[in-house]
Design a protein. Sequence first.
Length: 117
Amino acid sequence: MCMLKAYKYRMYPNKEQEKLFFQHFGACRFVYNWGLENKIRTYESDSKSISRFTLNKMLPELKSEHVWLKDINSQSLQGATLHLENAFTRFFREKKRISEIQIPEKPITIILSPTRI
């Protein structure tokens, strides 16, 4: 029998770290919305969905357009495309209407690289 362990940590960031967290949250939100827009636009025009891997290949171009994204590590931005892909999969698997979608009461999760903190 395999036992999984979980650790829960409480963080007390200083002002500089807090600013960095907000930058990461904002960048992940921006990439999520950008990816959502691309997926919807592609589906409406071609009736095909693009994968998160295609979105990840488009991230360097997005970083060159928006210079402030270069301050954020790529793992965080790729995590946002992963969350978007999972949301799309769950949405179409359960075939819910948009009016039936409820936002879960879960904490925000992002992927942070330890070298940047």
